[in-house]
Design a protein around this ligand. Structure first.
Ligand code: TYD
Length: 213
């Protein structure tokens, strides 16, 4: 049996199509089986207000959104999600897994849109009331590989193309160096099983959960 002393907040990051979403679902299942009460949220979105903001953010008919507007809408969506879902669940003892969180704003609006990182860090701080993940996994794949894997239509941000995704990926690499204690790099080119084991072993290694014999 696995147990944890305290509810944990774990975020997953990476460029579009990196494979993080299937990894999160897998981890969610395993934690709930263990059993550790765990919920999943995704960004932008996850609350009534945040889903409305998401519609604007991903609308392909919009061609003239400024980078600053994009950053403010992303963080507005995050503010609501943090207050309405993440904080209350952690408080009642549930683990929270997030499909994207504050680092996405740093990587996409900082890297892709070239906005100042320090401002974005401040903006995130304001939006989340300072709530930081206990641990963040960046699932790293080459943009070419990610785009090969993708099915379905591109949304407004995915439609930016390979050069944009390369900038986002470069910024994630920078973030790993800036926050080495919190962010773990995962090689997204490995098999799904290998990636999952890497993630699970990292939770054990950091004693976020441990086995009771
Ligand atoms: P989504 O369909 O949820 O993408 P994914 O499955 O790759 O997570 O769309 C979210 C898009 O918004 C994605 O392209 C990343 C982008 N994004 C930002 O640019 N900044 C942010 O702060 C967040 C949370 C997402």
């Amino acid at each position: 049996m696995f147990i944890s002393n305290q509810a944990k907040f774990i975020t997953f990051e990476g460029i579009d199509g990196c494979g993080k979403s299937s990894q999160i679902k897998r981890l969610l299942r395993r934690l709930n089986d263990v059993p550790i009460q765990t919920i999943l949220v995704r960004e932008p979105g996850g609350t009534h207000i945040s889903e409305k903001i998401r519609e604007i953010l991903l609308d392909k008919r919009i061609h003239d959104m400024s980078g600053r507007t994009e950053a403010l809408l992303m963080t507005a969506s995050r503010a609501q999600l943090t207050q309405e879902m993440i904080q209350p669940n952690l408080k009642k003892g549930s683990w929270v897994l997030a499909d994207r969180y504050a680092d996405s704003t740093l990587a996409y609006q900082g890297g892709g849109r070239n906005l100042d990182l320090d401002w974005l860090i401040q903006l995130n701080h304001f939006a989340t009331n300072g709530l930081q993940p206990d641990l963040t996994f960046v699932v790293d794949v080459l943009p070419e590989e990610a785009s090969r894997r993708k099915t379905g239509e591109n949304d407004r941000i995915e439609a930016e193309g390979i050069v944009f995704q390369n900038e986002v990926r470069r910024k994630y690499t920078e973030l790993i160096k800036l926050f080495p204690d919190r962010i773990v790099l995962v090689d997204g080119h490995l098999s799904k099983e290998a990636i999952h084991e890497h993630i699970w072993n990292e939770l054990l290694r950091r004693e976020l959960l441990y086995e009771e014999k």
